[in-house]
Write a protein that binds this ligand. Structure first.
Ligand code: FAQ
Length: 339
């Protein structure tokens, strides 16, 4: 059995490999033992079908969120107020495309192609994060997304660096490093606005008022209605429940809001000495469900734009495939012709 740091080579083989007829119970036992021992499951290892399906579902949703998540902020690149802000924002949006690529690659190691996943996104058969169905109305929204949305993403994603599936865990390490820069730039942007003119302060406050509650929804439904959490935590895909991570995020955000000189839009938000956490108000789960059903403010716009970008990029994929085929021919290599 390999350690968490190194890919495993001695696990029972995957279906189709020599020895695949070996007893499923023995495979299951080896898998359970590895997960219990905090070892990483690697692509060629045997894994339960449901474990594979859960990973594909979560990684695909995560990848889709990254590439759809480029849209709300890209909306402001041409209107960034300075060269410095523009360069930062362009770098951030490019990072998000990169995160999508790492994640689609991680999903490919589970036997699911990027084309198949994109097709499911475009046809509404797979989800992306609810948060990206809200509009970016002012420049301050770029700051609020960085501070709150990236902040929530980091809180959720740092534990995923310890996910039991190796390729996903390793992708998350790099993603989290980049998300930290994203969160920091958002905080710094909001701080500049908050300490600026009264109009700039009001713009920052308005953005925080609109993004706070949707950011709390990013962590998913409450634990008692989270259908996948228990099994995902047993498999060590998820390390904490949705509510635990949401609470952690609130506890981190409250002092940061104070430093920013901004108010979080929740009259019920207060420190609870007994619990050692902040209490906070009720989340509007009806709104969350509506957004998931496709009825958020920007669902239609986001998916239409995504399909258009995909269609307009067809020639790039074709050219890259032709180049790869030519290169493979000249070096005598075969395969690897995908864009
Ligand atoms: N939005 O049983 P659970 C980012 C669905 S990346 C939409 O609790 P699970 C970076 C869920 O899929 C943001 N759907 O599910 C960035 C399931 O439906 P299904 C994305 C949601 O998987 C920043 C159903 O509800 N991050 O922001 C949402 O155990 C700035 C029942 O839920 C990740 O994906 C939601 N908010 O827990 C980019 C992180 N919540 O699939 C650009 C990885 C739940 O059966 C700019 N994912 N659902 O049809 C996870 O940690 C988990 O998948 C959860 C959900 C926590 C999101």
């Amino acid at each position: 059995m390999a350690t968490a740091a190194a890919p495993r080579t001695d696990r029972t083989p995957a279906d189709g490999a020599p020895g695949a007829t070996a007893d499923t119970a023995a495979h299951q036992h080896a898998f359970d033992t590895a997960v219990a021992a905090e070892e990483r499951i690697e692509p060629r290892d045997w894994m339960p079908d449901a474990y594979r399906a859960t990973l594909v579902r979560q990684i695909a949703q995560h990848a889709h969120s990254e590439i759809i998540g480029m849209q709300p902020e890209a909306n402001w690149i041409t209107r960034a107020p300075s060269l410095r802000r523009k360069a930062i924002l362009m770098a951030k949006v490019q990072d998000e495309a990169g995160h999508g690529l790492y994640l689609y690659s991680a999903a490919e190691t589970l036997g699911t192609s990027r084309e198949e996943l994109l097709d499911k996104l475009h046809s509404g058969r797979q989800k992306y994060s609810s948060i990206f169905n809200y509009p970016t109305l002012t420049w301050a929204d770029v700051g609020a997304i960085g501070w709150l949305v990236d902040g929530a993403a980091i809180t959720n994603q740092v534990p995923l660096c310890r996910c039991s599936y190796g390729p996903y865990a390793r992708a998350m390490v790099r993603i989290c490093k980049e998300e930290s820069f994203h969160q920091r730039q958002g905080y710094e942007l909001l701080l500049a606005l908050s300490k600026g003119t009264p109009e700039q302060h009001a713009m920052a406050q308005d953005a925080v008022d609109r993004w706070w509650w949707p950011s709390l929804m990013m962590f998913g439904p409450p634990d008692d209605s989270s259908q996948h959490s228990a099994q995902s935590m047993e498999w060590k895909i998820k390390r904490h429940s949705n509510d635990e991570l949401r609470q952690r995020f609130v506890d981190i955000a409250v002092p940061q809001a104070e430093s920013l000189g901004l108010t979080l839009p929740d009259p019920d938000l207060k420190w609870n000495e007994e619990r050692g956490h902040h209490d906070f108000g009720a989340i509007d789960w009806t709104e969350f469900k509506e957004v998931l059903k496709g009825n958020g403010p920007c669902n239609e716009q986001r998916i239409t734009q995504r399909r258009r970008a995909h269609d307009e990029g067809a020639w790039v994929r074709e050219a890259a495939a032709a180049h790869a085929a030519k290169h493979a021919g000249s070096t005598g290599r075969t395969g690897a012709t995908r864009a």
